[in-house]
Design a binder for this molecule. Structure first.
Ligand SMILES: NC(=O)C1=CN([C@@H]2O[C@H](COP(=O)(O)OP(=O)(O)OC[C@H]3O[C@@H](n4cnc5c(N)ncnc54)[C@H](O)[C@@H]3O)[C@@H](O)[C@H]2O)C=CC1
Length: 173
C-alpha cells in the first residue's frame, strides 16, 4: 500500500505527510520569454514565475492569478508541461505550465512585494545563458550576465524546452 503516515498513540489520529502544490509558469509572447527574480536569488539569476496554489483553486486559476499578481499580465492560453517534487521549504509539488499572453499586451508591471525585477528575454539571450556554466557565487560585478536555474530545477527544463521549441532543435541534456 502506498503512502506514509503516523498514528498518534494516545488519540489514534492518523497524520499523513503534507505537500503543497506550486504552479511555475514560463510566460511567452511568441518571440520572447518572461523571467523574474527575487531579491533573495543569487546575483544575475532569473527564473520562471512560481507561486503556491490557493485553497479551492484549479491549476489554471492559480497560473492566471500568479501571472496577473506578479507581473500584471493576462494569460491568453496555457498548457501543462511537467511536474517535479521539490523539497523546499517543506515538500512542494511543482506543476510546470507554459503560458502565452497576447502579442500587443506585454507591458510588465512588477509587483515589488514579490519580485525584485521581471523582464522579457529574447531567444538569443536565453539560449546563450543556457550554455553558460558560471557559478552563482562567483558573480561579483554589477554588469551581470543572465544566469538561469540549475539543471536539477524544473524551471531549467521549462526554459530549455522553450528554446528547443523556438529553434526546432534538441539541446544537450
Ligand atoms: N524547482 C524549481 O524550478 C523552482 C522551485 N520554486 C519553489 O516554488 C515555491 C514557491 O515559489 P515562490 O512563490 O517564489 O516562493 P516564496 O518562498 O517566495 O513563497 C512565497 C510565500 O508563499 C506563502 N505560502 C503559501 N503557502 C505556502 C506553503 N504551503 N508553504 C510555504 N509558504 C507558503 C508564504 O507566505 C511565502 O512567503 C518555493 O518553494 C520555491 O522553492 C521556485 C522557483 C523554481
Amino acid at each position: 500500500m502506498a503512502g506514509s503516515k503516523r498514528v498518534c498513540p494516545s488519540s489514534n489520529i492518523i497524520y499523513y505527510p503534507q505537500m503543497a502544490p506550486v504552479v511555475i509558469t514560463l510566460v511567452t509572447d511568441g518571440a520572447r520569454c518572461l523571467l523574474a527574480r527575487q531579491s533573495s536569488f543569487p546575483k544575475g539569476l532569473y527564473s520562471a514565475l512560481a507561486g503556491f496554489c490557493d485553497i479551492g483553486e484549479s491549476v489554471e486559476e492559480a497560473v492566471r492569478r500568479e501571472v496577473a499578481e506578479e507581473v500584471g499580465l493576462e494569460v491568453e492560453s496555457l498548457q501543462y508541461s511537467s511536474s517535479q517534487h521539490w523539497p523546499f521549504p517543506n515538500s512542494s509539488l511543482m506543476i510546470a505550465c507554459h503560458a502565452t499572453v497576447k502579442a500587443g499586451q506585454t507591458e510588465i508591471q512588477v509587483n515589488q512585494k514579490e519580485l525584485e525585477a521581471a523582464a522579457w528575454f529574447s531567444l538569443d539571450e536565453v539560449a546563450t545563458a543556457l550554455l553558460r556554466k558560471g557559478s552563482f557565487l562567483q558573480q561579483q560585478s554589477d554588469a551581470l550576465p543572465l544566469l538561469l536555474p540549475p539543471k536539477l530545477a524544473i524551471a531549467h527544463h521549462m526554459i530549455k524546452k522553450w528554446v528547443e521549441r523556438q529553434t526546432c532543435a534538441s539541446l544537450a541534456a
